[in-house]
Design a protein around this ligand. Structure first.
Ligand code: SAM
Length: 229
């Protein structure tokens, strides 16, 4: 049984897509996609030997070796330009996902859908997408096993309208998520707020220096942003 998190990621993959799942680990996501939709073809990319082997074994076990190719390599380097139209990257930090996109930017030509599921720091991905001409098409936030996950879907295009107002708030919290404000969203940001306030208290105890003052200002800015929303 695939996790609710990956089922959500899968739900954004267009019918008949040519998909690359980067950091695929056991290749559960591409296997699920191919079993759901007989017209899907996939590449599972993995940089580490252990997960690469697991992916290969899983693909053979479910009899999908003719539709899923498992490749070993770093990020988008496993792809030829124009080979896929959809890329999924799930279960990593937002910083790593943004780095993978950045390092493989020449492989994004011809890609029409990015489905990104950061475990933390989704804001770094929103910044990256905005800077590189990707329109944030949809967002989701879900809770599973006491963890909260965000899912960002992007398509090539201009997003000036989306970020016209409240730009900083939207980049941090997600333009669609902050509008919807579901339970998972409230839980995530209540937790972050409590954490930042705890850190501020620690700063109060420490003797002030420039670095602490800078961090204090930054935390206060974040707290105000989140509290306003
Ligand atoms: N995508 C799966 C999921 O969401 O359940 C697996 C997530 S797992 C926590 C992260 C995987 O990404 C690991 O198997 C790791 O080896 C792989 N990985 C990390 N950095 C990578 C990179 N630069 N290129 C390809 N794979 C990477």
């Amino acid at each position: 049984q695939l996790s609710e998190r990956l089922i959500k990621v899968a739900s954004y993959v267009p019918k008949g897509a040519k998909v690359a799942d980067i950091g695929s680990d056991h290749a559960y996501l591409p296997c699920y996609l191919c079993l759901q939709d007989p017209s899907i073809r996939a590449i599972a990319g993995e940089v580490n030997e252990g997960p690469f082997q697991s992916a290969q074994n899983q693909v053979i076990r479910v009899g999908l070796a003719d539709r899923i190719e498992v490749r070993k390599g770093n990020g988008l380097a496993v792809l030829e330009q124009g080979e896929v139209d959809t890329i999924t990257i799930a279960g990593m930090g937002g910083g790593l996902i943004a780095t993978i996109l950045d390092e493989g930017i020449n492989k994004l030509e011809g890609v029409t859908t990015l489905i990104l599921q950061p475990n933390v720091s989704a804001d770094l991905i929103r910044h990256w997408l905005r800077k590189h001409g990707w329109f944030l098409y949809s967002e989701d936030i879900i809770e599973e096993d006491d963890k909260i996950y965000e899912i960002l879907v992007a398509k090539p295009g201009d997003d000036k309208e989306l970020y016209k107002e409240q730009t900083q708030e939207k980049l941090l919290l997600g333009p669609y998520l902050m509008k919807e404000r579901n339970e998972a969203f409230k839980k995530k940001w209540s937790y972050e707020l409590a954490n930042w306030q705890r850190i501020l208290k620690e700063f109060d105890k420490a003797s002030g220096n420039d670095q602490i003052e800078q961090k204090r200002t930054e935390l206060n800015r974040l707290i105000n942003t989140v509290q306003e929303v």
